[in-house]
Structures are given as C-alpha cells and as structure tokens.
Write a protein that binds this ligand. Structure first.
Ligand SMILES: Cc1cc2nc3c(=O)[nH]c(=O)nc-3n(C[C@H](O)[C@H](O)[C@H](O)COP(=O)(O)OP(=O)(O)OC[C@H]3O[C@@H](n4cnc5c(N)ncnc54)[C@H](O)[C@@H]3O)c2cc1C
Length: 404
C-alpha cells in the first residue's frame, strides 16, 4: 500500500475491514477486471465473493443482519473496490442507496421484510428516477402511480424509466412516480411524488406482469454492470409497498438517497484516480526515452506530482463528507463538493496517466484504456457537475447570507 489516500483516526475494525477488501481487490478483482470489462461480462464470482465478505450489508444495522458500519467505512470500501474495477462498485452502490432509503424511511414491516435479505445480498437493490426526457430535472418526472379502480387500494404504475443501473440483475427497484392523490391542484411537483418498492425477478423481458426490462444499454465504459430501461404498463403494486407508507414523500426520500450516493461516487472517483496514478508512476519508471526513464524528465515528474496532489485532495474531501454525515449533520454541501471535485480530478488524473503511457495507453492491452472509458461516467452519475455546483452554490448563499 502506498502512502497516498491514508485515513487518520480509523478504528481497529475499520482497518481490518479495509485490509480484507483491499486484499480481495488485489487477488480477485484486478487480475480479471479488464478481461471481463472488454467482454462486457457480469462479474458473478466477484459478486459472490463480496456477499461472503458481507459488503452488501455493510451499513445495514446489526438487528437486520448487517454489519452496522458507518458511511465512512462504506465509502472507503467503495474506494478500494473502484480501484480494482469501477463497475463492481456500481453493483453495490444502488443496493446501498435502496437499503439506506429503507432504513431511513421504510415502515417497520418494510424494514423487516427487505433488510435481512438485502444484508446477505439475496435481495439486490436498484433505484430509478431518470426517464428518457429527464435526469437532472427530477421534478419533471412523468411516470405515474394511480389507485386501481377495483377498490383494492393497490397502485397501477405506468411510464418509462431510463438509465437503471442493475436494472436486470436487481430484485428490488425503488421507483419514483408522480402520484397526485390527496394533493390539491397546484401542489409543487416535488411534493406529489412517491417511491414505490417494486419486487421483481432478475433478468430481461417481462420480469413481472406489467413490468418490462428491455436489454442492456450498450455503453462506452462501465461495462459488466447492466444499465437498462424499465417500462411499466399498469404495473400493480400494493399500497404497503409505498416507501414509508405515505404518498407525496418520494422526492425527499430519493434526494436523501442520492446524497449518500454522492459520497459514494466521490469515493469511486478517488479509487479510479488512485489506480490511474499507480499505473502512471509504474509505467514512468519502466519506459525510457532520450537515455533515461521518462520519470526522470521533469515534465513527467510534475505530472506525477499533480496527479498525487489531486488523489490526496479528493480523498480528504470525500472522507470529510462521509464523516459529516456520520456525525448526524446535514452534508449536502460537503457531499456536493466531494462529488464534484473527485469526479473532475479523477478524469484529469486518468488523462495524465493515459498521456504518460504514450501510444500504449491507446492499446486495449493496457489497463489505463479501460479507466479512460470509465472516468467520464462519474461526471454524470448522481448529478452532473453543474447540478453539484447548483447545490453547493445555494447552500453557500444560505450560509453566507448578506446582513444588509
Ligand atoms: C451509466 C449511467 C448510469 C446511471 N444510473 C442511474 C440509476 O441507476 N438511476 C437513475 O435514476 N439514473 C441513473 N443515471 C442517470 C443520471 O443520473 C443522469 O444521466 C444524470 O442525472 C444527468 O441527467 P441527463 O442525462 O438527463 O442530462 P440532462 O439533465 O439532460 O443534462 C444535460 C446537460 O445539461 C446540464 N444541465 C441540466 N440542467 C442544468 C441547469 N439547471 N443549469 C446548468 N446546466 C444544466 C447538465 O449538467 C448536463 O451537462 C445513470 C446515468 C448513466 C450514464
């Protein structure tokens, strides 16, 4: 382990968990990641290994069979896993967000029903806000949930969702829909949304009456993990599968979920940047030009120095954002900053490492080629850079309100 991205003040247990995950990444993920990624193959064995390590239940409270660990522990594990292969961190990220939303907002029955099986990875979560016509502007959602006319109290969901990470492999999807019931005309759009807990079988096609998961979207990177659309045609969902029991809370529940998801995406950026740095500093000492290793040319040393500084800064901000949430404080400002900085720096560090590799960086034989296609996703997922800056800017204006 190098000296970068160290975290002060960890407990013995946290250090043990991280050492175990790092060793798993070095032995089980890094040796196969690039090959699986090129084949766009789902990493089944890796996922089984992570289940055995308890990663799917890392933050789920012990009373539900999880490890009851903090957001910081979780984020540091995500950083390690993304260092091995970002797609694997994507497989656990949506699961983690849904488990967190259930913990925070679920009814006692919903928690008892879902969380124990989520802790083992038997139930696997995905979350769905985005639609073909919107991603940033969540308040414009057009998928609807209306009461069934048969008086059962069930809801019928109709609409098309887009960009569903783990859409095929998951068995529980938290779906955000518009439900106008009980809300007077003119209610703000974000106050008439509801999160539905939709159980389904894994796979593609009609996975449940009224619910179709078409095939995987073909992506430039972030392969292996399945990203899909989701089509609902009067999908029947019982009333007790409204998250928290009451309609109209969905927007807030989802925003709470993506807030912790942002720390997670920041952690992914840190992990990918670390790996890019490792590859770059190694290659720079192997490759010779003009009679010496390129690492001895000052221009390359400067690049390495800049890359390492970015790795350190992103890690520090990510750790600060996680610790703020763990202390029970609102962390939207810190999470927004961490997500923004880590994803931008990740892209820059990957680009520098790519340049250090010269022509070989363009070859699929070199790992940096995969990282180069993976880093851009972090600029988009869990809110683009512009959206992070909007969140940060608004919060700053609240904090630094002018007195006159
Ligand atoms: C691989 C992948 C996986 C994903 N997984 C999921 C998932 O699991 N669940 C899910 O719900 N979604 C998921 N998403 C969707 C993701 O959250 C959205 O793509 C993202 O929020 C951006 O939305 P958009 O693509 O509609 O872009 P748009 O919202 O159309 O934005 C386009 C551009 O305009 C900018 N922009 C938008 N509004 C403003 C504004 N007010 N001011 C300034 N600039 C603005 C944006 O920053 C961006 O540059 C995933 C996306 C990808 C690519």
């Amino acid at each position: 382990m190098g000296r970068l991205a160290q975290t002060e003040g960890l407990t013995e247990i946290q250090r043990e968990i991280l050492a175990t995950v790092r060793s798993f990444v070095d032995k089980e993920i890094l040796p196969v990641a690039t090959e699986l990624e090129h084949k766009d193959e789902y990493p089944t064995e890796i996922v089984e290994g992570l289940k055995d390590l308890g990663i799917f239940g890392l933050m789920i409270p012990e009373e539900y069979g999880g490890l009851g660990e903090s957001l910081l522990t979780y984020a540091l594990c995500v950083e390690e896993i993304a260092r091995g292969w970002m797609s694997v961190s994507g497989i656990i990220n949506t699961h983690f967000i849904v488990a967190y939303m259930l913990q925070q907002h679920g009814t006692p029955e919903q928690k008892d029903h879902f969380l124990p099986k989520m802790a083992t990875g038997e139930i696997r979560g995905a979350f769905s806000m985005s639609e073909p016509a919107l991603g940033s502007d969540v308040s414009a959602i057009s998928s609807t949930g209306v009461r069934a006319p048969d008086g059962s109290g069930d809801f019928l969901l109709t609409g098309q969702k887009m960009w569903l990470t783990n859409g095929g492999s998951s068995t529980l999807v938290a779906v955000l829909c518009r439900t106008d019931e009980g809300h007077p005309e003119g209610t703000a759009p974000h106050k008439s949304m509801t999160t539905f807990l939709v159980a389904k079988t894994p796979g593609f096609g009609e996975v449940r009456p009224g619910l179709t998961i078409p095939g995987k979207i073909d992506k430039m990177g972030y392969k292996g993990v399945d990203t899909t659309e989701l089509i609902m045609d009067e999908l029947r969902v019982p009333a007790d599968r409204v998250l928290g029991g009451n309609t109209g809370r969905g927007f807030y529940q989802m925003m709470d979920g993506v807030e912790v998801g942002r720390v997670n995406v920041a952690a992914r950026g840190c992990g990918v940047a670390q790996r890019a740095f490792e590859l770059g500093i190694d290659y720079a000492q192997q490759r010779h030009t003009f009679g010496k290793p390129i690492a001895q040319h000052q221009a390359i040393q400067f690049k390495l120095a800049e890359m390492a500084t970015k790795v350190e800064a992103a890690h520090a901000l990510m750790v600060g954002a996680a610790r703020k949430k763990d202390s029970g404080q609102r962390n939207d400002l810190e999470a927004g900053m961490a997500k923004y900085l880590a994803s931008e720096y990740c892209k820059e560090v990957v680009e520098d490492s790519f340049r250090i590799h010269g022509g070989y960086g363009f070859s699929k034989e070199y790992e940096i080629e995969r990282l180069y296609r993976e880093a851009p996703m972090l600029l988009i997922g869990e809110g683009t850079a512009e959206i992070q800056k909007m969140i940060v800017g608004r919060r700053l204006l609240e904090e630094y309100r002018s007195q006159d």
